[in-house]
Write a protein that binds this ligand. Structure first.
Ligand code: SAH
Ligand code: SF4
Ligand code: F3S
Length: 438
């Protein structure tokens, strides 16, 4: 049987990146190999994001211009999955007659059957939620394939219902994967050469709390740290309200756990945090940061901020700026608030002008750029251990990450990929560092 060509395009967060890997792995068992140009494809799949209006518009634009590929190649199949697919369902088949398949965030396992049907001309949409343990049994396995670092899903969905957020509506209820299955998956990845795992979920530090019979996230980390071949463990994303002392202690006594944490605050104002339904105050947030830094001096903190939440006053925004200065984030992902259908906040009165919001965002980005560069420069002269992951920025360079998560480029050949090397940092830019082998 000749191989069919799959072109896969992924939007949105690491959850989608990881799901796409599982899709590719599953479809390779059905005779598909991935290609890097849509024009070469027998099937194009988009894995989509709807976290902000802008993210959704990007998907619709892309769907519009995929039409030309279908015109050129009548046999081409086009499928849409992920969060936009979950939200829109059948409507997508109506709006875009050139789409063949729509699959929701709980329906990845149906894809092989849906693709076979589509090859016979059957258009189909499947977006039913599976909000019980059966979802875990149906979750496609991740095949080895050589990679240095791999995402490993530990939990799916979200029950937090932050008032601005669409994720609970498009990812369903929070379910923790069984610890023995996670450990088995990591063991298999380690056997295939993976050196680093990134434990993945919308709110990993509430891992196990809804299941009852699963270990805590901290003990899961300790189990994974015991697996030979895995040199580094990271996790993302954490919720400040669930940042337990037990988890913070892992940063002291689990050396494989990297000195980096993504801990989104979303706002520095208690009034806004309350209306966001975040379940913590700025004081609690700063207390968690203090505890983390006491436990692992030098730990790098990254986060997310939302600017211009309904009713955000100048004073609220200044509180956010103040929090950023106090925390000194290594990096921050910040966007203007975007109302999402069905969320609580979409009904909140919003009197701040568009320009005002944009101005606030720009001030915030400027501050963060300064902090990022200051932090990056503070690494100059230090020794760092880099896990080399692939080709670097320039010819003759390779690139990897330091324990703290910073990207480091260094002169070296491809034979270094997959190994740990010690370097001295000799230069620092906005987005990366440069190292020299010691
Ligand atoms: N589960 C993660 C992140 C999920 S969404 C967490 O809780 O941290 C990723 C980021 O998108 C959020 O952290 C938030 O900053 C941003 N976001 C979510 N909804 C948004 C909205 N309606 N408008 C603007 N930004 C939003
Ligand atoms: Fe969205 Fe809040 Fe859940 Fe994160 S924790 S996914 S921001 S609802
Ligand atoms: Fe986007 Fe869905 Fe992730 S909405 S941020 S792809 S969970």
């Amino acid at each position: 049987m000749s191989l069919k060509h799959l072109y896969m395009e992924t939007f949105g967060c690491q959850m989608n990146v990881s799901d796409s890997e599982r899709i590719v792995s599953m479809l390779s068992d059905c005779g598909f190999m991935t290609v890097t140009a849509p024009a070469d494809a027998d099937m194009i799949l988009l894995n989509t994001c709807s976290v902000r209006g802008g993210a959704e518009e990007k998907v619709y634009k892309r769907l519009e211009n995929l039409r030309v590929h279908k015109k050129k190649n009548k046999k081409l199949l086009i499928g849409v999955g992920g969060c936009v697919a979950q939200h829109e369902g059948d409507l997508l088949l109506e709006k875009f007659p050139w789409i063949d398949l729509v699959f929701g965030t709980h329906n990845l396992h149906l894809l092989p059957d849906m693709v076979r049907g589509a090859e016979q001309g059957r258009r189909r949409s499947e977006t039913a939620f599976i909000d019980n343990d059966q979802r875990l049994d149906l979750f496609p396995a991740l095949s080895g394939g050589f990679r240095v670092s791999s995402f490993v899903t530990v939990m799916q969905g979200c029950d937090n219902y932050c008032s601005y957020c669409i994720v609970p509506f498009v990812r369903g209820r929070e379910i923790s994967r069984r610890a023995d299955e996670i450990v088995a998956e990591v063991e298999q990845l380690a056997a295939s050469g993976v050196k680093e795992v990134v434990l993945l979920g919308q709110n990993v530090n509430s891992y196990g709390t809804s299941a009852g019979d699963q270990p805590s996230f901290a003990s899961l980390i300790r189990q994974i740290a015991g697996i030979d071949g895995i040199g580094r463990i990271r996790f993302t994303t954490s919720h400040p309200k669930d940042m337990s002392d037990e988890l913070i202690a892992c940063f002291e006594d689990v050396p494989k756990l990297c000195g980096q944490i993504q801990l989104p605050a979303q706002s520095g104002s208690n009034a806004i945090l309350e209306r966001m339904n975040r379940g913590y105050t700025r004081e609690l947030y700063l207390d968690r940061i203090r505890a983390l830094r006491l436990t692992r001096p030098g730990i790098l903190v990254t986060g997310d901020m939302i600017v211009g939440f309904p009713g955000e006053t100048d004073g609220d925004f200044e509180q956010t700026m103040d929090l950023i200065e106090r925390v000194r984030y290594a990096d921050l992902f910040s966007f203007v608030y975007s109302p999402r259908p069905g969320t609580q906040a979409s009904g909140f009165p919003d009197s701040i002008g568009k320009e005002e919001k944009q101005e606030r965002l720009e001030r915030l980005l400027l501050l963060q750029r300064r902090l990022t560069l200051e932090i990056n420069r503070s690494f100059i002269g230090t020794a760092q251990t880099i896990l080399v992951e692939g080709p670097g920025k320039r010819d003759g360079q390779v690139s990897g990450r330091a324990d703290c998560g910073k990207t480091v480029n260094l002169i070296g050949g491809q034979q270094l990929v997959g190994s740990f090397v010690d370097v001295r940092i000799v230069a620092a830019y906005q987005n990366s560092l440069v190292g020299e082998l010691i």
